[in-house]
Write a protein that binds this ligand. Structure first.
Ligand code: IMP
Length: 190
């Protein structure tokens, strides 16, 4: 089944393809001729996922899905949340984001956090949404070099190591995106 995934991020494409399995051919934005950045103007993850999926559907008429992910930290009232990519700077500067998070958390006893991924699917013109959550804690220092983004600072519940210290398979099997994509797979099977 051919379906457009509203991303050009190679990390994400690999993670999502691995969870979806062989029956699906994922097509990227570039491959359908969308080269501009899709504006993420929503105030919530749910809004941004919807905006991106509709953008692709309106331009291509193809079945598609879009995701939006945020790290929600309890002691920071849910920040960085919908602004996770641009927490420290305007760009996707992972190192600067991690430095800022450590700084904001330096005197916080409550280190509870969660990653949340929302996926909006448009199939045959019909829109549906699923989400995936992984709960955990923010480490006191970065550890590991796998994954991307906040992975070196996130210790999922039930583990002693960060996402960045896990294999891609281990992360995918419990991650927010892995869980959201598992829910997406269930939707696609219906
Ligand atoms: P996006 O909506 O998937 O582009 O994610 C927004 C931001 O959240 C990214 O720029 C990363 O900073 C962070 N993020 C998303 N997914 C992950 C992940 O699996 N691990 C660590 N950080 C992530």
């Amino acid at each position: 089944m051919k379906i457009v995934f509203a991303t050009n991020n190679a990390h994400k494409l690999a993670e999502v393809s691995a969870v979806l399995g062989e029956g699906y051919e994922l097509v990227t934005l570039k491959e359908v001729g969308i080269t501009e950045d899709i504006p993420e103007t929503g105030e919530t993850l749910d809004e941004n996922a919807t905006i991106k999926a509709r953008y692709v559907y309106e331009r291509t008429g193809l079945d598609c899905f879009a995701d939006d992910t945020g790290l929600e930290v309890e002691a920071l009232n849910g920040a960085p949340g919908v602004r996770s990519a641009r927490y420290a700077t305007d760009g996707h500067d992972f190192a600067a984001n991690n430095r800022k998070l450590l700084l904001e958390m330096r005197d916080k006893e409550n280190r509870r956090a969660r990653f949340r991924t929302v996926i909006s699917l448009i199939r045959g013109g019909v829109e549906q949404q699923v989400e995936g959550i992984v709960n955990g804690t923010i480490a006191t220092a970065e550890a590991g070099c796998g994954g991307f983004g906040y992975d070196p600072l996130f210790i999922p519940d039930g583990h002693q190591i960060t996402f960045a210290e896990m294999s891609a398979e281990a992360k995918n099997s419990i991650s927010h995106r892995g869980r959201a994509v598992a829910a997406l797979t269930e939707l696609l099977k219906k």
